[in-house]
Design a protein around this ligand. Structure first.
Ligand code: CDP
Ligand code: CDP
Length: 224
């Protein structure tokens, strides 16, 4: 059995994980898993069925039966384009609420692992290196200061034509980080075997190049 190389990129909200992970995957010609999208889709589907987001049993059934399709640059929920809808800040908030429920995390575990296919996978989220792919070939903890992350999210929302308040975004980000770090199952943490990539003052290009360089030296060592 050929081992499938995995690059796990974990970190807090709006640090640039998704952007960097997708670009690293494209550069290597690998598959990409946006694990946060699965929590977002679960929250959206549960809400659509009128299920309370703290109803662990009902939400975990939604997660287990999630009818989601990941296409190149497009995500379908029950056959409908949900790409834009799941980026809504309220959906992100809902995702972080359902993400604290252990049964929901369990229901999504195998589905995430199924993304690992040759020639390789780049996965981003909160527990890629700790729970989903503990044997990942390279683990990265990608972060940036909270004010910088709020400003990145602000620019993203402005570009979408949404009217937003930066103080409110910072508050939301800090609240989401606190919940992600404090939960008992699969909390957001920097693992001892993860490399720290603080992008507060780094461009996307340099962040992508840094991960590619780390992967090059990690794979060289593995086959030396
Ligand atoms: O996936 P995550 O929530 O961590 O962040 P993202 O949605 O990939 O990135 C948030 C925004 O920050 C995007 O608009 C990026 O273009 C921008 N950004 C970045 O990702 N990295 C930088 N070094 C600078 C900006
Ligand atoms: O874009 P942003 O980083 O804000 O969020 P995301 O990566 O799309 O994830 C949305 C929420 O899902 C996060 O706030 C986490 O609570 C949860 N999540 C998680 O618990 N585990 C993951 N592997 C990915 C996301």
């Amino acid at each position: 059995e050929i081992p499938i190389p995995v690059i796990a990129i974990d970190g807090p909200s709006a640090s640039g994980k998704g952007t960097v992970a997708a670009r690293v995957a494209a550069a290597l010609g690998w598959h990409y898993l946006d694990s946060g999208a699965l929590y977002r889709l679960t929250a959206l589907a549960a809400r659509g069925r009128g299920i309370a987001l703290d109803d662990e049993f009902a939400v975990s059934r939604v997660a287990a039966q999630l009818d989601a399709t990941f296409l190149e640059g497009m995500i379908l929920l029950e056959g409908e384009d949900a790409t834009e809808l799941i980026r809504d800040e309220r959906v992100g908030e809902g995702a972080s609420q359902v993400a604290v429920l252990p049964a929901v995390r369990t229901a999504l575990l195998q589905r995430q692992r199924d993304f690992a296919k040759l020639p390789g996978l780049v996965a981003d989220g909160r527990d890629m290196g700790s729970v989903v792919f503990p044997d990942a070939s390279l683990k990265v903890f990608l972060t940036a200061g909270a004010a910088e992350r709020a400003s990145r999210r602000y620019k993203q929302l402005i570009a979408k034509g949404e009217s937003v308040n930066i103080a409110r975004i910072l508050e939301d980000i800090e609240q989401r980080d606190a919940r992600d770090k404090a939960r008992t199952v699969a909390p957001l943490q920097q693992l001892p075997d993860a490399r720290l990539l603080d992008t507060t003052e780094l461009s996307i290009d340099i962040a992508v190049q840094t991960v590619l360089d780390w992967w090059k030296s990690a794979s060289r060592n593995a086959f030396a």
